[in-house]
Design a protein around this ligand. Structure first.
Ligand SMILES: C[S@@+](CC[C@H](N)C(=O)[O-])C[C@H]1O[C@@H](n2cnc3c(N)ncnc32)[C@H](O)[C@@H]1O
Length: 325
């Protein structure tokens, strides 16, 4: 079966990566087609869609082609059991009057005997119009984006500036590709990454060098009724057994930040061998403001690297790496 993912327009490249890994590792398939804010994947099962973060919606793929071809398709598609409606969304590039098009397609469904309810449908026939194509399918998942705003770093009981936003953090956790197992953040700070992992029912461990921050992280974990799995420790010498975690996701301290536990170069030199030692899974995902290939190339293979301009003097690198065997 095929799924259409509507990606967030913000951080679209990260969203695309999230869907690529999710389709492969969780849904047992792969992305077969990409368009603006759209990924279509062939998958072998549908589950855990509620984990998705930088994805707005998921639909069961039915159609891709032109607007005219879609009208013919709607004349043949199997009708759903309950009440339905058509919703059309333009995704840049060209503009199709969505209200009129919804009415036109809805009228075809109605003539064929479908029960239409715009205010309370059981099923939504979702149409996405991109510059060069039209995609359609039955909508099966809508991401609850409000939850991420409710977990904004400054709304947590323990706050420190510089924490990444939860929606982004969750996407990074998803990019580790861990379905069941332990996610480690070896420099966890206030706990944004591990809180998202915990709320996805993943096991997690946070390590933080500064006791005061680790205690704050514990307060945040308790606030979300999560286990207080945070240890005071050093990412250069992790207090963990060999091959004991399934994925690693972290945000390195930045050069501008004074809060680094020792020399930053030493941190990069010594943390990657440690990540390699404790990782039994495949991927590490990390954020930094430097190019750090020279430090990890003996231990990890670069899978993807993205640049994100945060402000004038900070361009974040988002690294996705796989463990060298
Ligand atoms: C950029 S912040 C991480 C922010 C975190 N993602 C959050 O949600 O708050 C980096 C964190 O790494 C911690 N840190 C710095 N050096 C460390 C080390 N050697 N071992 C463990 N933690 C370290 C810092 O105290 C800081 O909390």
């Amino acid at each position: 079966m095929k799924l259409i993912f509507l990606l967030s327009g913000d951080l679209e490249y990260v969203a695309r990566k999230e869907v690529e890994v999710f389709s492969k590792e969780i849904l047992g398939g792969k992305v077969i087609l990409e368009d603006r804010q759209i990924s279509v994947a062939e998958v072998s099962e549908i589950k855990l869609l509620e984990r998705l973060s930088l994805v707005h919606e998921v639909s069961e793929f039915l159609f891709s082609g032109s607007l005219e071809e879609l009208k013919s398709f709607v004349n043949e598609v199997e009708l759903p059991e309950g009440k339905m409606c058509v919703r059309v969304r333009n995704i840049g590039g060209r503009f199709v009057p969505s209200n009129e098009f919804e009415k036109e397609l809805g009228a075809i469904f109605y003539r064929r005997g479908a029960k239409i309810s715009v205010s309370n449908p059981d099923k939504i026939f979702r149409v996405y119009v991109t510059e060069n194509n039209v995609y359609a399918g039955w909508l099966i998942h809508v991401t609850n984006t409000k939850q991420f705003l409710e977990r904004r770093p400054d709304l947590k009981p323990f706050f420190r500036p510089g924490a990444v936003v939860p929606r982004f953090a969750r996407s990074l956790v998803n990019i580790t590709g861990v379905e069941n197992g332990v996610v480690l953040d070896p420099m966890c700070g206030t706990g944004t990454m591990i809180i998202e992992a915990g709320l996805m029912n993943l096991d997690f461990i946070g390590v933080e060098a500064f006791e005061k921050i680790a205690k704050g992280c514990a307060i945040n974990l308790r606030y979300y009724n999560l286990p207080v799995n945070v240890i005071v420790g050093d990412a250069k010498n992790l207090p963990l057994a060999d091959e004991s975690v399934d994925g690693i996701v972290t945000d390195y301290p930045y050069l501008q930040s004074s809060m680094s536990f020792g020399d930053l170069r030493e941190l990069y030199e010594k943390s990657f061998p440690e990540f390699h030692r404790v990782l039994r899974g495949e991927r590490i995902v990390f954020l930094t403001n430097m190019d750090v290939e020279e430090f990890f190339e003996d231990y990890f293979i670069l899978e993807s690297k993205f640049y994100q301009k945060v402000h004038k003097s900070l361009t974040r690198r988002i690294y996705v790496c796989r463990k060298k065997k």
